[in-house]
Design a protein around this ligand. Structure first.
Ligand SMILES: O=C(O)CCC(=O)C(=O)O
Ligand SMILES: [Fe+2]
Length: 432
């Protein structure tokens, strides 16, 4: 079956006695290391973010995403994939560079409301919330570096990173959508009668994205399902998330066609694109057994940055893949944040920490899901290279040094999109 009752480790990062150097610190540090070695991810319990602030960030997101699309599209950034993104009307997100600094958040709100005032509260809420996520990130990075005996690099390391915030909205599946199946899409495809598309193969329906995700036929069909139910037309921006982070959506060679159902459908007949996925053949089997696997708000991916700290409020959807290819569905709970290691951290730690595949699958009907995340990214010119302390006979160097921006560019390149394991393909040390 798909996700089961497995859980991520839950670690309390707000214990009163948790000070660097204390015995509590050493205990929690070793839990953090173990969680990241085993899962690349854990739930952090952190009650230092007031419930009021948690509510405010939710209200802020509702308000922001309710703005007209032309307004949201003013959230632009010179760096690609960092501003407003719309993932086929299944999810959309707004990006803010260094949102822990009020000035940057003000720039963001001014982009949206160039003549407006009165957005002070929005800016303040975003900045305060970002600051809290950053606290978690800094604590966790300190623990990781200490636990691997490379604490002497901490200060330089912390100075060499920046934060990208992303506010995300996932459209709820509409009522009555639950029984939509691959076959329904096959019917639709048959009606479309498009060359090169085999009606009974869900993998060909790719909702205008051909992300790095979805090796999984039914998953792609699910993406199509939501898009069609929603508007049927992808506005334009076939991009995706994570830019900042990193989810990876490539624009596929989609064909846009109008059906006799009066909706626009994108059919991607480029199977090769789907080769890039975190899924394995095991997934295919699993997904075939599980109809619920057909609805994805965000395709399966690894984050490319160092760490992601994510807040999901009330509506679940995030799923994290374990080493043995099981999906863990992460239940939201107040005062809990999800910490996810990315590919850059994996490389920096010479592979000792996993960067887990994860995805978003929203199943709750008629309730929009909002999440807010901080993506810790290496600054330009910070070369990701495992320190010599992490390299020995037992742990040979796994990755060549690289610049995060180059990894990111590769990830979004045509070649990169077709590759399943971006980090390995990009910079693995080849065997002699
Ligand atoms: O919104 C979520 O639950 C996950 C988002 C995510 O994985 C990403 O943006 O990289
Ligand atoms: Fe992610």
């Amino acid at each position: 079956m798909g996700s089961c009752s497995l859980q991520l480790p839950l670690i309390n990062l707000a214990d009163k006695t948790l000070e660097p150097g204390s015995s509590k610190w050493a205990e929690v540090r070793s839990d953090v290391r173990k969680a990241l070695e085993d899962f690349g991810c854990f739930e952090a319990s952190y009650d230092k973010v007031s419930l009021e602030l948690q509510e405010s960030i939710m209200k802020t997101m509702e308000e922001l995403f309710a703005l007209p699309v032309e307004t949201k599209q003013r959230n632009v950034c010179p760096k690609p994939y960092v501003g407003y993104l719309n993932h086929n009307n299944l999810s959309e997100s707004l990006g803010i560079s260094n949102a822990n600094i009020l000035e940057n958040v003000n720039e963001f709100t001014q982009q949206l409301w160039p003549d407006g005032d009165g957005n002070e509260n929005i800016s303040k809420t975003i900045q305060l919330f970002a600051e809290k996520l950053v606290e978690i990130d800094v604590m966790v990075r300190r623990m990781v570096m200490e636990s691997f005996g490379i604490e002497k690099y901490i200060d330089d390391h912390l100075k060499s990173t920046e934060y990208r915030m992303r506010l995300m909205k996932y459209i709820a599946p509409p009522e009555g959508d639950a029984n939509t199946t691959v076959d329904d899409y096959a019917d639709l495809l048959a009606k479309l009668n498009i060359d090169g598309v085999e009606p009974n193969v869900g993998v060909k329906v790719n909702a205008d994205i051909s992300d790095d995700v979805n090796a999984n036929p039914s998953v792609n069909a699910g993406v199509g399902a939501n898009v069609n139910a929603d508007t049927g037309v992808n506005d334009n921006l076939n991009v995706d998330a994570e830019a900042n982070g990193d989810a990876n959506i490539a624009v596929g060679g989609g064909v846009n066609a109008n059906t006799d159902l009066g909706v626009g459908v994108n059919v991607n007949s480029n199977v090769a694109v789907n080769a890039k996925t975190g899924a394995t053949s095991g997934d295919d089997v699993e997904a075939n057994d599980d109809n619920e696997e057909k609805k994805l708000g965000l395709p399966c991916h690894t984050d490319k940055n160092l760490f992601t700290v994510l807040f999901q409020h009330e509506i679940e959807g995030l799923e994290v893949k374990t080493k043995d290819e099981k999906w863990i569905r992460v239940k939201p709970s107040p005062n809990t944040f999800i910490v996810i290691a990315g590919d850059s951290l994996c490389a920096l730690m010479n592979g000792r920490i996993r960067a887990p595949y994860h995805r978003v699958r929203v199943t709750e009907k008629k309730r929009t899901r909002y999440t807010a995340a901080i993506f810790t990214c290496p600054k330009p010119d910070y070369v990701i290279e495992a320190p010599k302390e992490l390299v020995d006979e037992k742990h040979p160097r796994l990755f060549r040094p690289f610049d995060y921006r180059d990894l990111f560019t590769f990830y979004h390149s045509e070649a990169g999109r077709k590759i399943q394991y971006t980090l390995q393909a990009y910079c693995a040390v080849s065997e002699a």
